[in-house]
Design a protein around this ligand. Sequence first.
Ligand code: PLP
Length: 448
Amino acid sequence: MASAPGVLKAATEVLVGERTFRADEAYARSLDDADPLGALRGEFLIPPSPTHADGRESLYLCGNSLGLQPRAARQAVLEELDDWARLGVEGHLGGKHPWLNYHELMRETGARLVGAQAGEVVMMNSLTVNLHLLMATFYRPTADRFRIIIEDDAFPSDSYAVDSQVRWHGRKPSETVVRLKPREGEDCLRTEDILGEIDRLGSSVALVMLGGVNYLTGEWFDMPAITRAGHRVGATVGWDLAHAAGNVPMSLHDWDVDFAAWCSYKYLNSGPGAVAGAFVHERHGRDTTLNRLAGWWGNDPSTRFDMRPGFVPREGADGWQLSNPPILSMAPVRVSLDIFDRATMPALRAKSVLLTGYLEYLLNRITNGGGRQLIEIITPGEEIRRGCQLSLAVSDRPKELHKELQKQGVICDFREPNVIRVAPAPLYNTFHEVWRFAEIVERVLGRH
Ligand SMILES: *Cc1c(COP(=O)(O)O)cnc(C)c1O
């Protein structure tokens, strides 16, 4: 037995930080009633539970992996299909949203999402492609300055990208890529250790490139402090924001981040394989002498169609584009970013802190309820060090536990070797769902 049954039913109040949570169902409902963003859920399609035949909604806590479809996405794609049918090539200029400058429809919303100036952000390609394109410009190793610092548990694609960049420059990853490991017995990295390692390696560091929020542990790094530390030793600092964009508020411009890239299919709800984002700080964007892997869409639009061989980069992040954008895939990105823009990141963050704090409170209550400690939250407890995801390390038959949750209509994911990730997304998840999830966990653990 992992816990005494019915722990959640008790309606005692517990003070968490400065907040008072209660564990009863009525309290969960009251939080939803008081949620200023509650109506946004209605803008999303909630998948039915795959394990119930009665069509009931799944308990979807997987927005960190694939965000849900906004109702507006279908219409947005259909509009482009209609314009294509109606206008053919004339859709480039004559469509409802002319394709020629389609990416500019996301210029402002994309920038506001990550705390950038308009022109510092462009939606293009996919995440790993953007990391490579940006490293082509911003990772230029020399004999003395060549190291790249990443997290030891970086997402595999980031490790492959970094290693292959290093080999591309004729170097050995084993001598060039520094992988930051947590201290013995700890799951997350400490800011002081990251800063210490940057200082220690000093002028040999060419690039610091961490995930803003780590995909596995959910740890949100101290992005401004790490960026400053990288700059202090003369390094370039880039961020993979796959798990940060749409999850935590950022000020990429003010933090003086050099570059960043993120995908749009996780918290940004823009659909499987959606077109990704890229940030290039304005001070680099202005510098049209920066070397880059070029394509015609990065060329100055006023001469793009002169069809001359010489590349004249456009200022800003737009100058890193290669190809004319995939309009059918961009349409959901456009409507998704519009939703974030209406909700605003500060309001989403306020709800997110409460929603995830509530989840943590309920889970801790269950695991402290007695019996074997089967699950442990490895995500940092301080809200400033995490976004909405909590990562649960499971000590006994983790895959089976995950299957049990699935059987109860929960959709969350499992990452080897033993981590179940749950991410209540403030755009569409409710407090009552978090409560139901905790109740299911309590039940399932009780017989695990
Ligand atoms: C999701 C994710 C990826 C996926 O890369 P794609 O190029 O979009 O397939 C890469 N890196 C991180 C950190 C991720 O979380």
